[in-house]
Design a binder for this molecule. Structure first.
Ligand code: AVJ
Length: 323
């Protein structure tokens, strides 16, 4: 293990991290205060998210894993071009890792915003699979995704994009479409996209998934205030806010909020932001799709050939999309 060199890591983050903080600050100063969900994932946030995925109420991870397992042969037979396997938002890469029992890519490219974490996880995989070239890409693909250069290193292998977990649900529909179009451009004539989508279902099930009895999701949501405190030298007092998850059946999305429990001021860098009692910070959208909805979105992005696998309750959908 000591002898194994660390996997190659490409940093595609913009050089001025100040910009990052600006985005956070700007969101908090808008009339409707908001925080982009990418700020959830500091070390504590990553750990809390892992715990969320194990919760009884949080069905997406488990349901997607069951579909992958149940339909592994079918899905892998359909993955014709998987020499370059790109895991978008790979986290600890555990989902790609499981696929390595069924597929044998030459390259695994893990894209995530959390760089240190990424390199350690990829080092483990590289150790287990010595023939596999593991590459980490530190990138914020909510801003831009440009893997053109990296993919061109292996021109003969079209990319296979793996985007599990319904993470695309964080994007507003228009932004989801832009991202899908961007992935489509990277695909050329014969790349593929395997993507997991959380489907519309009765609101009580959705709301429980984002407001569990143990309070792990509440802790995850409130932790973003600590992230803001660090990045902006702010003085958020988490105890002044309460976690809330509301399903909007018209927009078909969960909205996660942090609701101010009393009127107070928060210092953000050199500005003060006032919060009325009951005023909230919007921290996350998690959009839900019908299968028709998402299929239409894929088609609009230029993916005309599609396969779909679901669980018996149709709570979650796994789409394979091709040009
Ligand atoms: C990682 C975006 C898929 O929206 O379900 C889980 C994040 N937030 N519980 C989701 C999340 C609260 C999750 N995604």
């Amino acid at each position: 293990n000591i002898a194994t060199p660390l996997p190659r890591l490409e940093n595609l983050l913009p050089p001025d991290l100040d910009n990052e903080h600006k985005q956070l600050l700007e969101g908090l100063l808008q009339p409707q205060a908001c925080i982009n969900p990418k700020y959830f994932y500091d070390d504590t946030g990553c750990e809390l998210f892992t715990r969320i995925c194990e919760l009884e109420e949080y069905y997406p991870t488990r349901t997607e894993a069951a579909i992958f397992e149940h339909s592994a042969d079918d899905i892998s037979a359909a993955l014709v071009n998987h020499a370059q396997w790109i895991d978008l938002g790979c986290g600890d890469c555990s989902k790609s890792r499981r696929w390595l029992q069924h597929v044998t890519p030459a390259r695994l490219i893990g894209v995530d915003i959390a760089g240190d974490f990424l390199q350690t996880c990829l080092a483990d995989i590289a150790h287990e699979h010595p023939e596999l070239e593991c590459i980490g890409v530190v990138s914020d693909f909510t801003q831009r995704l440009d893997l053109g250069k990296l993919l061109a290193e292996d021109q003969s292998s079209p990319p296979m994009f793996f985007y599990p977990g319904s993470s695309i649900g964080n994007f507003a529909r228009a932004d989801a479409l832009s991202l899908l179009r961007c992935i489509r451009r990277h695909c050329g004539d014969s790349g593929q996209l395997l993507i997991g989508i959380d489907l519309v279902k009765p609101p009580p099930i959705l709301e429980a998934a984002y407001d569990d009895a143990e309070g792990v999701t509440a802790e995850f949501n409130l932790n973003v205030l600590q992230v803001a405190n660090r990045l902006l030298h702010a003085d958020f007092e988490p105890a002044n806010f309460a976690h809330q998850a509301v399903y909007d059946p018209v927009q078909r999305r969960i909205e996660m909020r942090l609701v101010a429990q009393q009127s107070h001021n928060v210092q953000l860098q050199d500005v003060e932001r006032h919060f009325d009692a009951g005023e909230y910070i919007l921290t996350e959208y998690s959009h839900k799709y019908t299968t028709d909805d998402f299929s239409a979105l894929l088609a609009e992005a230029g993916f005309h050939c599609q396969h779909l696998w679901t669980d018996p309750q149709e709570w979650f959908g796994v789409f394979l999309a091709e040009p």
